[in-house]
Design a protein around this ligand. Structure first.
Ligand SMILES: *Cc1c(COP(=O)(O)O)cnc(C)c1O
Length: 392
């Protein structure tokens, strides 16, 4: 049995004592028990008690105060560069449009064919809207974009490079600093999607000299279904970049209700409409817990869990024809492991019926999502044993 110094943190989550095996915390994290109390208190005291005064007292600034906390604890971002609001999809659109407008004369967006669908679809829409061309990198679906591949794809025509830090299918962990440098050497901006790394893998946006980033809060930040996303814009770009959804919440003096839109200063200009306050309550709880534990310790457990899952897969699933379709070097792997077998679609359906919950991604991939603070080693043992039984 592996010793786990973070084992006790599991007790802080709803469902900790149930027998259910949850391998989908990378799609929808479990709620923290304290969040149930905070949401109830929010309804009775803050919303119900303070009413409209809540905007002045806390809610108006929450997209930026929570953004700063996410930036400090999870993203390696100094204050004033992260805002919370909208969905990841909408923020991708806003930042891609802002980026291509800041690189006039350049005609291409570089991205890979295995990036998450919404990233590819939004890039396609932005390219159509702005008369640009998409330049596709073909990647191995059990790995991700390498430095050589990116180096061969970027040119003096590249306006923007769009990359996932951890690939949603394979969990391939890209080298943020190196790929950012390669994009910059070609004069392009880079937009990182951190949906599968924020809260699981340490990120160092300022150190990488990243330009732009977005990420989900309902995966490893346990914000709940539809919780708002976050965006990062490096301080050096904040005066230069403007976004296309010119709403009043990102304008100067929103309550003057002026005749024309003038973007306000700082990261607030990336907000558009009224922020989703309720959705931020749970995120704040998880960010506080991640701060208490520290992202280095979280990553250490994440690596331990994925190594354990791979070792078990090699031992009991490989003889049944299962192949590990994630990087074997933990330095190149994020927080999940994909196991491939032609029958996995049916296997996952059968597992759900017995309260073992991984997810399925074509072609033939069962994703073992391992949320570091809520997943136990025992859960991994029981889950992999269940996969073996169903396959056999
Ligand atoms: C989960 C995920 C998204 C989800 O976007 P939504 O707008 O929240 O639906 C986007 N990109 C990546 C890479 C993801 O993993």
């Amino acid at each position: 049995m592996t010793t786990d110094p973070l084992a006790a943190y599991r007790d802080r989550f709803v469902g900790a004592t149930s027998e259910l095996v949850y391998f989908d915390g990378n799609s929808l994290g479990r709620p923290l028990a304290v969040t149930a109390e905070h949401l109830a208190a929010f309804v009775t005291d803050e919303w119900g008690g303070r009413l409209i005064r809540g905007w002045d007292e806390r809610w108006f600034d929450l997209p930026l105060t929570l953004g700063d906390e996410i930036g400090r604890v999870c993203l390696g971002a100094a204050p004033g560069q992260v805002a919370v609001g909208d969905s990841t999809t909408v923020l991708l659109y806003k930042l891609m449009r802002a980026a291509v407008a800041a690189r006039p004369g350049r005609t291409e967006i570089v991205l890979d064919r295995d990036n998450f669908p919404t990233d590819r679809y939004v890039a396609d829409g932005v390219a159509r809207e702005c008369g640009l061309t998409l330049c596709w990198i073909d990647v191995d679906t059990s790995a991700g974009v390498t430095a050589d591949q990116l180096g061969a794809a970027v040119t003096e025509r590249t306006a923007l490079v769009v990359l996932s830090h951890v690939a949603y299918r394979s969990a391939y962990l890209a080298d943020g600093a190196e790929l950012t440098r390669i994009a910059h050497d070609a004069g392009a901006l880079v937009l990182w999607d951190l949906s599968h790394s924020g809260g699981s893998v340490p990120v160092a946006l300022d150190e990488w000299e990243a330009d732009l980033a977005v990420g989900c809060t309902y995966k490893y930040l346990n914000g709940g279904p539809g919780a708002p996303a976050y965006c990062y814009v490096a301080a050096r770009h904040l005066d230069e970049l403007t976004q296309p959804i010119q709403g009043w919440m990102g304008a100067t003096d929103p309550f003057l209700m002026g005749p024309v839109y003038t973007p306000t200063t700082g990261i607030r200009r990336f907000l558009s409409g009224t922020p989703a306050v309720v959705g931020m309550i749970a995120v704040a709880d998880m960010v506080e817990l991640l701060d208490e534990v520290g992202m280095a310790a979280v990553r250490e457990k994440s690596v331990g869990l994925t190594e354990h899952a791979i070792a078990l897969a090699d031992e009991v699933l490989a003889p049944l024809g299962v192949v590990v379709a994630s990087p074997r070097a933990s330095s190149e792997r994020g927080g999940h492991v994909t196991l491939v077998h032609p029958a996995m679609r049916e296997v996952v359906a059968a597992l759900w019926k017995q309260d073992v919950i991984p997810d399925y991604r074509d072609p033939g991939g069962l994703r073992v999502g391992l949320s570091p603070l809520s997943t136990s080693y025992d859960e991994v043992d029981r889950g992999i044993a269940a996969v073996r039984e169903v396959l056999a």
